[in-house]
Design a protein around this ligand. Structure first.
Ligand SMILES: Nc1ncnc2c1ncn2[C@@H]1O[C@H](COP(=O)(O)OP(=O)(O)O)[C@@H](O)[C@H]1O
Ligand SMILES: [Mg+2]
Length: 300
């Protein structure tokens, strides 16, 4: 692959399900070697986008290219060079960890003489070497997730696609998966990960594409998105409903974006405000402020 060829290129891609437009004229390019976070609430179109990248879904309009292969025509070639980690755990309960990896090594046509080393490497990466002979139904939840990732990696893909990799996991297991994803990215694998957890995107992604209603509405490094949309500081105002409504009007008049959650009002780009909108507290701006500001939706 040439240095300038993107790992993924979607151009004007639309995918409809009956009357629902799940992906709407989507443009998305991902350079090789980065971790891209596809961030959006439920229904934003993240899973459909991921499925378009594996040709599990076929675009109604537009062009999809993965590692230089045009989909769906060249999906076989693209699949051979990509790894997929599904959101739903579909491991084979009755197999051992090593057997499960063996099944996938064959499926991905890893040459016989390389199979053992490929499996050993995947076990090592996912920190499962000590569990090679454990039956899958005896694994903890965290180990199962790591095995799902190992299974997607056994053929050394250049691109790893993860759909909501940590949904429903406890914080410690999430942390383990995060470090695994960082290790892969650092080793040169391009990672595309969908998530509705803002802190996950903020922590892991070199670049975040914020999705809403089937489109990417902004894109950039987390810190750059925060600086662009929320500035350095956010002022969370306190007071009664009337005072807050008044402060909100004032903030807007100053050209400052505001965020409302129930009766609360937060003013973005509040650095330099010097307390002039009334009592409250000042905190650093975060990606969640950006998300709410650009999508008009609270994170769910
Ligand atoms: N197979 C399908 N049939 C009908 N509607 C679908 C299908 N897949 C997704 N959708 C709809 O498309 C929209 C986007 O869904 P999805 O891509 O799953 O979003 P996300 O992963 O961001 O939650 C939603 O309105 C969803 O209900
Ligand atoms: Mg989804």
């Amino acid at each position: 692959m040439s240095a300038t060829q993107p790992a993924i290129a979607l151009r004007g891609v639309t995918k409809r399900f009956g009357a629902i437009t799940a992906v709407d004229r989507l443009d998305l390019e991902v350079p090789a070697g980065i971790c891209l976070g596809l961030l959006g609430n439920n229904g934003a179109g993240k899973s459909t986008t991921m499925r378009l990248l594996t040709a599990q879904a076929i675009a109604d309009e537009g062009a999809v290219e993965v590692l230089g292969h045009a989909l769906p025509r060249e999906s076989k070639a693209a699949r051979a060079r990509s790894g997929v980690v599904p959101q739903r755990d579909n491991l084979d309960e009755e197999l051992t960890v090593a057997q499960q990896l063996e099944v996938f090594a064959r499926l991905y046509r890893v040459p016989r003489r390389e199979r053992d080393s490929a499996i050993a490497r995947a076990l090592e990466l996912a920190d499962l070497a000590a569990r090679a002979d454990t039956r899958i139904d005896a694994l903890s939840g965290g180990m199962r997730r790591r095995l799902l990732i190992a299974r997607g990696l056994v053929h050394r893909p250049e691109l790893l696609l993860l759909d909501e990799p940590t949904v429903g996991l406890d914080p410690q297991v999430r942390q383990e998966l995060w470090s695994l994803i960082v290790t892969l990215r650092d080793a040169g694998t391009t990672v595309v990960m969908s998530t509705h957890y803002i802190e996950e995107a903020e922590e892991l992604a070199d670049d975040v594409a914020i999705m809403a209603r089937g489109r990417v509405i902004d894109r950039g490094a987390p810190a750059a998105l925060v600086a662009r949309h929320a500035g350095a500081e956010v002022r969370e105002l306190t007071g009664d409903a009337r005072a807050l409504a008044h402060a909100e009007t004032q903030a807007r008049a100053l050209g400052l974006p505001t965020r409302r959650r129930g009766p609360q009002v937060a003013v973005l780009r509040a650095e330099g405000l010097d307390g002039q909108l009334g009592p409250g507290r000042t905190r650093p701006a975060v990606l969640e402020d950006v998300f709410v500001s650009v999508t008009g939706e609270e994170a769910t």
